[in-house]
Design a protein around this ligand. Structure first.
Ligand code: THU
Length: 143
């Protein structure tokens, strides 16, 4: 029986960002958790930045993949995140942790977040506003 070609819900730009995140995961330094994560983001200029988790013997000093990519973007002049991908080493896709959500909120409150599992056969996409609807953001500081 002929199988119908299912149309992908992801754009070619998103597919290549997903590939970059999976590639970045190979650089992860995670000897403690053995949970390897890669991230890739596209900024408002269309520039791509990647990151991986970087753990430390002093556990709280470790950094998540998403924040590694964001810090690279900001330090290279990027202002806003358009899309960010998280590629994890688990069977299921995972969305950013609370601390990363807060940092994504600062630079990409209106961005899209894509999560991909280890095999790359489960991919989920959600808007930042639905993922973090009651976020604390710079506006709130205005009193
Ligand atoms: N981690 C990430 O890098 N991103 C996530 O979205 C979830 C967790 C890292 C932090 C730590 O190095 C390891 O995964 C286990 O929590």
């Amino acid at each position: 029986m002929k199988r119908k070609n299912k149309e992908s819900p992801f754009t070619s730009e998103e597919k290549s960002l997903i590939k970059e995140a999976i590639r970045a995961k190979k650089k992860a330094y995670a000897p403690y958790s053995k949970y390897w994560v890669g991230s890739a983001l596209m900024d408002d200029r269309g520039k791509v930045f990647t990151g991986c988790n970087v753990e430390n013997a002093s556990y709280p000093a470790g950094l998540c993949a998403e924040r590694t990519a964001i810090v690279k973007m900001v330090s290279e002049g990027g202002k806003r995140i358009r899309k960010i991908v998280v590629a994890a080493s688990s069977q299921v896709p995972v969305f950013p942790c609370g601390m990363c959500l807060q940092v994504i909120q600062e630079f990409g409150s209106d961005c899209e977040v894509i999560a991909v599992n280890k095999k790359g056969d489960q991919i989920q996409k959600i808007t930042m506003s639905s993922l973090f609807p009651f976020a604390f953001d710079p506006e709130k500081l205005k009193g």
